[in-house]
Design a protein around this ligand. Sequence first.
Ligand SMILES: C[S@@+](CC[C@H](N)C(=O)[O-])C[C@H]1O[C@@H](n2cnc3c(N)ncnc32)[C@H](O)[C@@H]1O
Length: 384
Amino acid sequence: MDALYPVAAFCASLALPALSKKLLATPKPSPPHPLSTIGSLYSAAFLELTAPLYDQHMGCENMGPLLYTLIRFLKPRRVLEVGAGLTSVYLAAAMADNTKEEETFAKKRADRTVNIEGVEWTTDSFFSPASPLPKPELHVVDNMEHESTTAHLVHEAAAKLGAGDVIKVHVSDCYEDSGSYLAEGAMYDFIWLDGISSDDRFLDLVRVYWKERLNKGGYLAVHSTLTNTLSKGWMRQIEKEREAEKGRVEVDFEIAVYDHEEQDLAALGGRIAGGAVEIGGVRWSAGAVRTVTGEYGARKAVVTASCEGWGEEGGVDDVTACEILQEALDDEVQSVRVAGVREGGAWGDMHVVGFGEPHKRYQNSFTVWQKRGGYSEPVYSWSP
Ligand SMILES: C[S@@+](CC[C@H](N)C(=O)[O-])C[C@H]1O[C@@H](n2cnc3c(N)ncnc32)[C@H](O)[C@@H]1O
């Protein structure tokens, strides 16, 4: 196909637009082929196919390339975009290019040709053959109701650019139909929200995405955040809530009962979650109780309860907590275990930064939150 490019250019110069258009519609990267990618972003076809997806109301002319680069950099496995259009195609191109790049490096690793002075250049965790990373998936959600939306065009454009496999378009309302576009338990590494934040339910939706759908170390990015009153309002509310939840921890207690016994596990769990049991001088605030069947058919309840100051100096350790709990529950239980401790509240530890385009009045900014909550990067080398 490479050989067709001079022909396409020639046709264009002879003012044969239909033929040159047809020939240009095949993704053709300009040489050299950049970083083992499929390279569609660097092709004339990319510009041609994405031109109809740009709308000035959406203001994503710089967001698209920026998101492309972020996705190339971060290599997320699952991305969720709500509010589709031009950016969807950049995201899809980035994910398809990542796959190509990863395949190239995996092969070089196998051939032992990707090292610097004998030291492997790529990381074992990313390329482990024992636990291969899942294939990248981009889930794009749009209700197609905005009068200027170009969301209906994204799948076809991505497919023509060779990135059709990574993108799944959900025609859904993000506030009404979460069940249809969020697969049960699906977690994401990057969530990009564009054009849905003027709804009163936006902050509730963000809380759910943040707490229940975003992996630790993952990113939430929202468009148009810095220069309008509405966004300043909900962002300030997040800060207020974070301030209020400082020092709170959430603990999962796993309580098991003998399978032949008749205890009502939910009621047992409810006594902790409802604050009826005091551990280390604190009453735990109401939380959730989930019952599961454990090994050998033993029944278990996982009780999530929260309090302030758990594990701080002088606080109660896991063993003592379990002893107190067991006693408080009148030995009706087989065992108690602290199954997990994390920061309490909706938000936890986060990094946040906003970026603004000073030359524009609308759609001129985005803010990124990274979910930390105990996440830390590995150390690979002594010096940078
Ligand atoms: C600002 S535009 C997105 C721009 C897009 N990212 C781009 O690059 O062109 C917002 C989009 O969100 C969609 N939308 C608005 N409310 C929605 C909702 N409740 N659920 C799903 N999509 C919604 C609109 O149809 C519109 O396509």
